[in-house]
Design a protein around this ligand. Structure first.
Ligand code: CP
Length: 283
């Protein structure tokens, strides 16, 4: 069961990360033949496919339920869907929903859920992935200076990562976002001025699908994005993350590839497989 990153202590997070790194480096085999259903009510590429690949590697008995091709699209309640699937002997679920804390409405005993994202609220497996990727570079999650830039207000990745990193010691989180996406009571910094001073830069997607007013992303990249002119300002040992999907030309410019070893975006993608395999193996 993993719904919120706060379900995990600092020690548990560290032990999961170290275990996932061991699985990755040793190509370790884990088997779990339980039945599981992936319920995706919102779109996904990375989360959905990495869960499915991990489940196949574990030899799980896997079923996929997407919104558009299931009775959820005929207004079936998520609880009724899960009661239904439980009659087939299925008690394990990976769920992504647009509804925050959807699990509070699912009062069903003896089921286990891994949260694959609930609205703009949580994305705990992504937070573990991002922390694992940082840990691989710095061998610690303490004493880091981290610059996060993007649509923090609407980002479940941000909300889960913030909770995670606050469990560690002496980490400084700097946040940068355009005026139109700012929230009250948060101190924001200039992105380009802070770029040369941090260990980790985490770019976050502009989440247009959650905006009520149209956000103009023209010229966004100059002030809040990574491009050929500012990527060279990164410290030698600093790393650049983006949980994906990227809005090209917005958070990251079109001519920035993956070849620069400071760009760890594909490592984040790869680590998704190992974090999710580990969590599924423990169900
Ligand atoms: N990072 C992430 O959740 O990506 P997907 O929406 O492609 O799963």
């Amino acid at each position: 069961m993993l719904l919120d990153i706060d379900d995990l202590s600092k020690d548990k997070i560290l032990s999961l990360i170290k275990e996932a790194i061991l699985i990755k480096n040793n190509n370790a085999k884990i088997i779990n033949k339980k039945s599981i259903v992936n319920i995706f009510i919102e779109p996904s590429t990375r989360t959905k496919i990495s869960f499915q690949k991990a489940q196949k590697d574990l030899q799980m008995d896997v079923y996929n339920l997407d919104f558009e091709t299931s009775s959820l699209d005929k207004n079936e309640d998520l609880s009724d869907t899960i009661y239904t699937l439980k009659q087939y002997g299925i008690n394990n679920f990976v769920i992504r929903s647009n509804e925050e804390e959807y699990w509070k409405k699912i009062n069903i005993k003896d089921i286990k859920i891994i949260n694959a994202g609930d609205g703009k609220n949580n994305h705990p497996t992504q937070a573990l992935i991002d922390a694992m990727t940082i840990y691989e570079s710095f061998n610690t999650l303490d004493n880091l200076k981290i610059l996060i830039c993007g649509d923090t207000k609407n980002s479940r990745v941000f909300h889960s990562f913030k909770k995670l990193i606050q469990k560690f010691s002496n980490c400084k989180l700097l946040i940068s976002t355009p005026d139109k996406l700012k929230e009250k009571n948060i101190e924001y910094v200039d992105f380009n001025n802070n770029l040369p001073n941090v260990d980790v830069v985490m770019m976050l997607r502009i989440q247009s699908e959650r905006h009520t007013e149209k956000f103009d992303s023209n010229k966004y990249n100059e002030k809040f994005g990574i491009n050929k002119n500012n990527i060279i300002k990164l410290q030698k040992n600093a790393i650049l993350l983006h949980p994906g999907p990227i809005n090209r030309g917005v958070e990251i410019d079109n001519d920035i590839g993956y070849e620069n070893p400071q760009i760890k975006i594909l490592d984040q993608v790869k680590n998704g497989l190992y974090i999710r395999k580990l969590l599924l193996g423990k169900l």
